[in-house]
Design a binder for this molecule. Structure first.
Ligand code: MSP
Length: 657
């Protein structure tokens, strides 16, 4: 029997600052998965929370002249408020200062001691307070008075303490066997490879207590120590389910939901979740989680967005300026789930305008207003669909199948790329059928186009529900439906749904306006292009440097998003001697289907694996019954053609300019 529960977790966040867009991102991906699995009928448990012990928090509380408990308590409301604002549908919010969590951690340590997995020894080495991580001497050397953390590059402190150690080294072989038996444990696989080689290179025992840190869970049997904050924190995933709790039904939830189906996190903390936590559980005879979804970092100007760098976006400010569902969509669709991606206000605005307002909002608006104008609000399903409609119906079926596969495979950005590819197909169908002309000539065909479009919108409304729960409902309301139906109903009733169209009073999406708070970043190229000498000024003013026409401004150029990409697949297109269809990896800009008129110059084999430059922000364009989602730049010289290549060490998705 297949398991019909789904347990998804986020990292628990340090409470040294309020949540930012990066912390929202992990929480949002978990929320999208939770909503999707609820739609599939699973009994879902979605956990998030806060990590409140340790030296970092203690230091911060001291700076704020507060007792640690008082300090952490006043940091919680911003988390609740941000998650509420973004409709994060968590079932439980755990705090590591919760009494039940502290009890679980103490009992866990007691049991490790009685099983012989813990011993006392001297730790001499480095400690990074921001990462709350021990760094062994061999990594940074003994002599130096100070050194930088290999992970966050901040200064580490040298410590010498009597500590309790967990026998991590004893679990090396069991961990390797576990990875072997569970090849899907870490997604994406590349992240797994880093972990496997780390474990294979030899595990050292892990210091599991701190002597000099008071703000933590007292170490059982030794009041001079507290439990190491990462040991404390990782156990939240099981303590939240009542693990090691006593009393009637205390263990029920744990029995029902563990092992977790998906644990979401960024790459900075994979080692803790893929090595230490599984070993902690193995020591207790408990199975590790099923899958880890390791997503990329949100970047600003190619730099990781982080509290310490002060380059964070406040999710609440973005929601005020652009709308909650819009930001949820932008992050899920445009940050390639497993890769780093830049966030910028112009990009957010452009995506909302092209993908939401134009591609989806206009489709609804045009379908509903045309139908109402002809008194055809009640959608009539035809006895037989035309060939063109039948094709669209098949595309809808393909999209639903692909969406499901990609969502279950944790490729969330890809799943929504499939949905928007289908939206482009519906728009192409609508455009080709010209229902506004049919309204005057052939009412039967007209009603069929409206029906096909409404059926497509009905399917779209459901697949967008996990990412845009409110817009999904608004879209369904415009089709005469009130509830997001169960996934199985939608998938089973494809193109067979009674709909009554109506034009919403407010459009589904509005074109965003540049928020007042937005400050355009200083354009380095523009700065360096400024004329500096009198001669330069004269040359620029006379237009002497202009060749082949008028000058454009640097702003005009900046509107074109040119990015490096790799051609992954390439094939001819039926009925065309000129066009090749390519699947192109544009890194943070996603996998794109791009059609290019290059078949007379290259064979598909010559193009596969080639690097080239692509325009990433053209609207999707129907061509030969397919959708082209970008343009490849080429240089054509008579009967010769060249791609515009980039060096191999420049990552896909890097912007040119
Ligand atoms: N408290 C630990 C986690 C303990 S889990 C048992 C911690 N907290 S944190 O507040 O620093 O949050 C780290 C997590 O926040 C990352 O792993 C990631 O999930 C998320 N992110 C923080 N900044 C981010 C980006 N710039 N981009 C994407 N995710 C980001 O580590």
């Amino acid at each position: 029997m297949s398991k019909n529960t789904f347990y998804v977790t986020t990292p628990i966040y340090y409470v040294n600052a309020k949540p930012h867009l990066g912390t929202l991102y992990s929480t949002l991906l978990a929320d999208v998965l939770a909503r999707w699995n609820r739609m599939k009928g699973a009994d879902v448990f979605f956990l998030t929370g806060t990590d409140e012990h340790g030296q970092k928090i203690a230091n911060q509380a001291a700076m704020a002249e507060m007792a640690p408990q008082q300090f952490v308590d006043q940091m919680i409301p911003p988390f609740h408020a941000a998650w509420e604002r973004y409709h994060i549908s968590y079932d439980h919010f755990i705090r590591t200062t919760d009494l039940s969590h502290k009890q679980t951690v103490s009992r866990w340590i007691e049991q490790l001691i009685s099983k012989g997995d813990i011993y006392k020894a001297r730790y001499e080495g480095w400690y990074c307070v921001p990462c709350e991580t021990f760094i062994p001497l061999e990594k940074l050397g003994e002599e130096k008075a100070s050194a930088a953390c290999p992970s966050c590059q901040r200064e580490v402190s040298r410590i010498t303490e009597e500590n309790y150690f967990f026998k991590l080294s004893a679990y090396q072989d069991r961990l390797l066997a576990f990875y072997d038996q569970h090849p899907d444990f870490i997604f994406p696989k590349e992240r797994g490879n880093e972990i496997f080689s780390f474990v294979r290179s030899g595990l050292k025992d892990l210091s599991i207590s701190r002597m000099s840190v008071d703000w933590g869970i007292p170490f059982p049997g030794d009041s001079e120590h507290t439990v190491y904050v990462w040991g404390d924190a990782l156990m939240n995933y099981v303590s939240a389910l009542g693990y090691l709790q006593t009393g009637p039904q205390a263990g029920d939830r744990f029995a029902k939901f563990w092992p977790a189906d998906v644990q979401v996190m960024a790459k900075d903390i994979v080692k803790f979740h893929a090595v230490y936590f599984p070993a902690f559980l193995m020591a207790m005879g408990v199975q590790p989680a099923r899958r880890l979804l390791v997503h990329g970092y949100l970047l600003v100007d190619n730099d990781k967005m982080s509290k310490s760098k002060g380059n964070v976006f406040d999710p609440v400010v973005l929601a005020d300026s652009f709308g909650v569902d819009q930001i949820r969509f932008y992050l899920t669709r445009y940050m390639t789930t497993t890769q780093d991606g830049n966030v910028s206000v112009p990009d957010i605005m452009q995506r909302i305008e092209s993908d939401l307002a134009n591609a989806l909002g206009n489709l609804l608006q045009r379908t509903a207003s045309l139908a109402l104008k002809q008194g055809a609000a009640q959608v009539v399903l035809p006895k037989q669909w035309s060939d063109a409609s039948e094709k669209l119906r098949a595309q809808c079926g393909d999209m639903l199948a692909q969406f499901e596969k990609q969502m279950d495979g944790l490729q969330l950005s890809q799943a929504y790329a499939s949905v928007w590819n289908f939206i482009a197909q519906v728009n192409a169908y609508f455009h080709e059928q010209e229902p506004w002309k049919l309204a005057k000539t052939d009412m039967q065909k007209f009603t069929q186009v409206i029906a096909a479009s409404a059926q497509s919108l009905y399917a779209i409304a459901h697949v967008i529900a996990p990412v845009m729960p409110f817009k999904s409902r608004q879209l369904l309301a415009a089709l005469g439906h009130t509830l997001v139906a169960d996934k199985s109903v939608v998938w089973a009733n494809q193109w067979n749904v009674a709909c009554t169209l109506f034009v919403p009073k407010d459009p589904l999406f509005i074109r965003p306006e540049m928020p007042e708070w937005y400050q355009k970043p200083v354009d380095k190229a523009e700065e360096s292009n400024k004329p500096t000498t009198e001669k330069d000024v004269a040359v620029v003013q006379s237009g002497e440097k202009a060749t082949g026409g008028e000058y454009i401004t640097i702003d005009t150029l900046a509107q074109v998003v040119l990015v490096a990409g790799t051609i992954k697949e390439c094939e001819p297109v039926a009925k065309s001697k000129k066009i090749l269809r390519m699947s192109v990896d544009l890194g943070a800009y996603g996998m794109r289907q791009i059609l290019a008129g290059v078949a007379e110059f290259f064979t598909p084999e010559q193009l596969i694996s080639k690097r080239a430059t692509f325009v990433a922000n053209l609207p999707p364009r129907p061509m030969l019954g397919l959708i082209s989602e970008g343009m490849m730049l080429v240089a054509k010289d008579g009967n010769k053609m060249s791609l515009v290549s980039v060096d191999p060490d420049i990552a896909d998705g890097t912007r040119l300019g």
